[in-house]
Design a protein around this ligand. Sequence first.
Ligand code: ATP
Ligand code: FE
Length: 337
Amino acid sequence: VYILGIESSCDDTSASVICDAKVLSNVVANQEVHSKYGGVVPELASRAHQQNIVPVVQQAIEKANITKEDLSAIAFTRGPGLMGSLLVGTSFAKSLALGLEIPLIDVNHMQAHILAHFIHDNENKTPPFPFICLTISGGHTQIVKITNYFEMEILGETIDDAVGEAFDKSAKILGLPYPGGPLIDKYAQLGNPKAFPFTKPKVGDLDFSFSGLKTGILYFIQKQQRINANFIEENLHDICASIQYTIVEILMEKLRNAVKQTDIKHIAIAGGVSANSEIRKRLQLAEKHFGWTTYIPKFEYTTDNAAMIAITGYLKYLNNDYSNVSVTAKARLKVTE
Ligand code: ATP
Ligand code: FE
């Protein structure tokens, strides 16, 4: 079974061909235009998707060494995401499926971040059910219990900002370009994580809050800069290490709570922030310290990519779970929908 996956929910245009659960190609076109604006500009994202989608899909098919007539179905991201961006992928997927007379499969982007763990790969192990997934991305921070491929329950989530936003907004305060998460990670490697203690938020149970931390960082930096105008330049590595340490501490604490509550010790991470080196390291340590079995995605399946859409499409294909051509994009979509 060959599935073409198409992802266009935010600012990356991506297409992937998989053969059963094996990835044959996974082409991602990043959009450079947003970096100078300090965030994604929806109108520009939509236009860039329109320019990218045909060549990206063509490349994915070529790299997979098949022709489009070999495809068994087309999977696309229905939501959540930016409406203008989703519409490009949705309309393209629909017309291609109609033209080729093959099934169309709509995919929930948040389920796909999680189900990327079911891509077959010699290096990766696949989590058994039930498992817990910490989804950490640009728009979401959730602890999800996965009982079966499409049976999920949100155990906790952020009440304000997502963890990716916490990274990106902190980076912006430090004058770093968008998206700042990977840069904080890079500079943090050279700094002392205990240099500057930031206050952790107090939110109940398995929920998260990051807006207070962001404000705390802003006030701290402003105060230090009044004393020393070069504070950021002189302490960039320590500041980044301290911010990253605080964020990862928050994530690990909530995961420990989730394990306590559910008694499930199979722990996965997913989403763009799961590329972060500190959370990956800490999760590996948790195998030794707490006896967890952890599932860490390959880098190319952390941030937005179409391979995760294709694998989710494949799992739906096996259930004959197809969509109607009247299916519409949905900007807001819960992982459980
Ligand atoms: P969502 O999936 O919730 O709709 P999204 O698709 O925009 O959001 P992703 O592509 O999954 O989000 O993740 C992007 C986020 O990941 C950005 O906030 C980026 O800064 C962050 N990120 C990527 N790499 C790292 C890293 N190494 N360390 C920290 N954050 C990172
Ligand atoms: Fe995403």
